[in-house]
Design a protein around this ligand. Sequence first.
Ligand SMILES: NC(=O)C1=CN([C@@H]2O[C@H](COP(=O)(O)OP(=O)(O)OC[C@H]3O[C@@H](n4cnc5c(N)ncnc54)[C@H](OP(=O)(O)O)[C@@H]3O)[C@@H](O)[C@H]2O)C=CC1
Ligand SMILES: CCCCCCCCCCCCCCCC(=O)[C@@H](N)CO
Length: 344
Amino acid sequence: MADIINYWTIASIIVGLAVLLPFIMGFFSGNKFDVKGKTVLITGASEGMGKSVAKQLAQKGANIIIVSRNVGRLEEALAEVKASAADPSTQRFQYISADLSEPGGNARVIAEAIAWNKGQAPDVVWCIAGASIPGLFIETSPEIMRQQMDVNFFSCNDMAHAILNEWLQPASIGKGSTRHLIFTSSVAGVYTVAGYAPYSPSKAAIKSLSDTLVQEMLLYGDDVKIHTVFPGSISSPGLERENKTKPEITLILEEADKNYTPDETAASAIAGLERGDYLVAVSFLGSLMRATAWGSSQKNNYLVDTAMTWLASIVNIFVGMDLDSKVKAYGKKHGHPSTYPKKA
Ligand SMILES: NC(=O)C1=CN([C@@H]2O[C@H](COP(=O)(O)OP(=O)(O)OC[C@H]3O[C@@H](n4cnc5c(N)ncnc54)[C@H](OP(=O)(O)O)[C@@H]3O)[C@@H](O)[C@H]2O)C=CC1
Ligand SMILES: CCCCCCCCCCCCCCCC(=O)[C@@H](N)CO
């Protein structure tokens, strides 16, 4: 009897430690995303999540470069970013106006950023610029689909190409300073619903690029960390714009995904990066959706993430059936989509 108790005791201690170890290690391993004194370039930072990220990282002591197209909005946003600085006397701030969906836009931004940053490439590049033009597939023009790919995927792809060409030069690596390249996808990039055909593929492609780059970076040592953030719905100016034309069925399907403010989304994303996560979810529901789609992605925490994939695969049996049945019921009630009232 005593022997059995001993075996059970030992077994529980081992299992308990195995479960706790990642937390204990995470707890003591410190901040993996310390931006104090670093130069951070953030795209799409004149409003929404990007502006919140810029302000919060300024608060943590970073020099900030914000990028988007509209100069008026950039100037207003930069004033807010400056006002959030931890130490306005030492931190520096700049904006660059560029259309990042255009070929060459990202390379020019990096060249201008280096010139402003006294010849040094920024230490962190966070791609947040993006847009969503939802619509039923056959009603969406091929031009919109290409434009969605340009603004969401190619803005990340071309920015990665421009900055990695700086960071990965033989003379730039092996100096012990960690650089971070961060993409912003969406939960719709791993878990999509009807009406997001023009948008979701461009966000899914970001994850694929990200996974590929993570492995490719191993060829160059461990100076460069790649991350992808998967926000759910953000109550931003962008969401307001897309909701004006969003099919009603899409609104119904995404109802369960709670809206977080740009500030809340930015804070959870930064917390994930500080923990050292590779794929960063900003809510529990977001981490469930991500758990349906790990593919070859590096896990953040093998135990927790594997347990989440089990949970997600069971939850998704019911959620998947529920979403499909909502679409069928909507179709039955409203008839052929060509008869739906036109929005905007
Ligand atoms: N809102 C949501 O529900 C969700 C959003 N996301 C993603 O998160 C990110 C932030 O979203 P959100 O906070 O809603 O953003 P907003 O739409 O509120 O802001 C978008 C920002 O990107 C800039 N931008 C847009 N197009 C370009 C371009 N071609 N070149 C340069 N800059 C551009 C805008 O400025 P300007 O127009 O002046 O260029 C603005 O600063 C986006 O990538 C979005 O796809 C992910 C999940 C949910
Ligand atoms: C296994 C767990 C299942 C949980 C299911 C939840 C229901 C589906 C929600 C889909 C939400 C898509 C939001 C996209 C937001 C976005 O990216 C756009 N607003 C673009 O700006």
